[in-house]
Design a binder for this molecule. Structure first.
Ligand SMILES: *Cc1c(COP(=O)(O)O)cnc(C)c1O
Length: 366
């Protein structure tokens, strides 16, 4: 059996360093927003190439606090519209709703699983104030086109980089540094994952960074002086000790993921399986390797019989979710087809060559 993702194996590599990190954490006697968080914020900002990184509780909060921060700065207000891909993970949409703004769903493209750029202009109105591109499955959204549209209509660009830690444009800029601000998640399964929840905002905007640093901690910068109506969404000190251990391995893990993806793309040859489009560059960190098949249930049975792990990201489109029933009458044909046909196969950086070969041969004989 080849598991979809062996998180234990991924983290076991760091066991000694984690124990040392825990010991330092325990001995510090300082358990919330201490030196581990400060160190990580500095390192992750440097890694992304941004001036600021603010650790927060999780990826959803990272996105939500960016929007709340812009409300404080007067750049967004309640009911402003935010363009978001209709095939994203629901968290992107929830962040917009929780901040009191209005998500406007835009259909996707089969090639990129991202915004269809043609469809992105259509819904822009006077109320549209931001675009929230999602680097879905680890592949950068078409940022050049998105930034062009944002300039034309004066829109904020907020990256959902929760699946794309380390992804780089051809001129070397990383996810997190491609728009006005970005939200990251360090949920355990992400390319940079903690052993629990965690998230961060990256930005070059000093005022936004300052607002979010307060918002995550009850609206304070000085203890017991509340300047803003804040939240409690702090990046956990112990989780950050683990992230500090793992960050230096992110690039090599991403590179292993790309090597496996390239091998899949060159060696999986089966008309019944549609592979992702990928040009071989570092703009993709293969958080997931997503293929499409017509008879998905049949394919799933086949993978099960052959001991290959799999998951669907995601089985139900956001506009078909009960929680978002206000969107249920809208039609997003590409998104609907995507949700009915996609399936993710294993792409852990720790897959052995033999496992990769097995997966390829099983898919080729389907
Ligand atoms: C994981 C994820 C989030 C949310 O992150 P959490 O840490 O689970 O809150 C947001 N957007 C996308 C695209 C994600 O994959």
């Amino acid at each position: 059996m080849i598991p979809f993702l062996d998180l234990h194996a991924i983290n076991k590599r760091f066991e000694k360093q984690f124990q040392e990190g825990f010991r330092q954490f325990l001995d510090s006697g300082y358990y919330v927003l201490g030196n581990q968080v400060k160190l990580f914020e500095a390192n992750f900002a440097k890694y992304c190439g941004t001036t600021y990184c603010i650790g927060v509780g999780n990826g959803l909060d990272a996105l939500r606090l960016i929007l709340e921060g812009y409300k404080i700065l007067g750049k967004l207000k309640e009911n402003d519209e935010v363009l978001v891909a209709s095939n994203t993970y629901i968290a992107t949409i929830l962040a917009i709703k929780q901040a009191g703004l209005k998500p406007v769903l835009v259909d996707a493209d089969f090639e990129t699983y991202n915004f269809n750029i043609q469809s992105l202009r259509n819904p822009i109105s006077q109320n549209t104030k931001a675009i929230m591109p999602v680097h879905l499955y680890g592949q950068l959204a078409p940022m050049e086109e998105i930034l062009e549209i944002s300039k034309e209509y004066n829109l904020l660009v907020i990256e959902d980089a929760a699946q794309a830690h380390g992804a780089k444009t051809n001129d070397g800029k990383r996810a997190g540094n491609l728009g006005d601000a970005a939200g990251f998640s360090f949920y355990p399964t992400k390319n940079l994952g903690a052993l629990g929840d965690g998230g961060a905002v990256t930005t070059n905007d000093a005022e936004l960074a300052d607002a979010i640093a307060k918002l995550r901690n009850y609206g304070t910068s000085t203890k017991y002086v509340n300047e803003l109506l804040g939240f409690n969404s702090r990046l956990d000190e112990l989780q950050t000790a683990f992230l500090n251990v793992k960050l230096p391995t992110l690039d090599s893990d991403n590179s292993l993921r790309r090597t496996i993806a390239k091998k899949y793309i060159s060696e999986i040859k089966n008309d019944k399986i549609i592979l992702p489009t990928y040009d071989g560059n570092e703009d993709h960190v293969f958080h997931l390797f997503v293929v499409r098949v017509d008879n998905r249930n049949e394919f799933i049975d086949y993978l099960d019989r052959n001991g290959i792990g799999h998951l669907i990201h995601y089985p139900i489109a956001p506009h078909k979710q009960e929680a978002l029933s206000e969107y249920k009458n809208l039609k997003f044909p590409v998104t609907e087809k995507i949700h009915n046909t996609i399936i993710s196969i294993p792409i852990s950086p720790l897959l052995s060559e033999a496992e990769v070969d097995t997966i390829i041969s099983v898919l080729n004989t389907y």
